[in-house]
Design a protein around this ligand. Structure first.
Ligand code: ADP
Ligand code: NI
Length: 215
């Protein structure tokens, strides 16, 4: 294993060995693949994008009392110890800190083309068939209802409400998943997102039909 990508893969697989399924190695692999797919059509630094895709969920603030600096810190320590150029390390850390949906609800402090690519790659994994599976897995982990027609959707949630919501999982479609298509940064990801968006809408139509005992 002489190349930095391979060594990063080994580190991530080892670190995420017991991760919950929404952020396990397979999520990382899908985001890495999405990143490479987007890079076929978008101009950005390939090494920075791939390293960030691999390290972006290395330590999730959700499972560390909301500490949003832990991910960038762990990623930075790893890359520095591997002898990666400090400019690249700093860039990867800045992207990880700024790319999550929660961060984007707050004030955006950093921007780069590489952030756009990896953020899109991560967002693509939150929609479509995979996105639906991840949402219900997360909801189950949090012991949420799948749906409750009496609990309305809250539109335009701020960062704190988004973090603290206990609403049913179906609400999450309206609070996040169906908004992602229009939040894609790159034209390439917008195009890929379109089909996945339509699939979620079809899923919801079918869900409500079955809920009411129709069909
Ligand atoms: P990301 O890893 O994309 O930055 P999160 O950590 O917020 O996003 O969420 C991880 C996964 O869990 C995503 O697929 C997301 O849609 C899902 N998720 C997050 N919050 C909820 C929620 N309140 N209900 C259902 N699914 C959720
Ligand atoms: Ni992710």
């Amino acid at each position: 294993m002489n190349n930095i990508i391979d060594r990063t893969i080994a580190f991530v697989q080892h670190t995420l060995a017991n991760a919950e399924s929404g952020h396990d190695w397979w999520h990382i692999q899908r985001v890495w693949n999405n990143t490479k797919l987007i890079l076929q059509e978008e101009e950005a630094d390939v090494l920075v994008c791939e390293l960030t895709a691999l390290l972006h969920d290395i330590a999730d603030s959700k499972f560390h009392n909301g500490d949003e600096t832990i991910g960038p810190r762990v990623a930075g320590e790893f890359l520095t110890q591997e002898g990666v150029d400090p400019t690249i390390v700093t860039h990867v850390q800045a992207i990880i800190l700024n790319m999550s949906f929660k961060a984007s609800l707050g004030v955006r402090t950093f921007h780069s083309k590489e952030l756009e690519v990896v953020q899109d790659a991560d967002r693509l994994d939150a929609i479509g068939a995979i996105g639906i599976a991840r949402a219900f897995t997360y909801g189950g982990y949090k012991n949420r209802e799948i749906y409750n027609p009496h609990i309305p959707v809250i539109e335009n949630m701020d960062k704190e409400s988004y973090k603290n919501t206990t609403a049913p999982t179906i609400n999450h479609f309206y609070e996040k998943l169906l908004l992602l298509k229009d939040q894609m940064n790159t034209e390439t990801a917008k195009r890929i997102a379109t089909d996945r968006h339509v699939f979620m809408q079809q899923y919801l139509d079918q869900f409500y039909a079955e809920w009411q005992g129709v069909k």
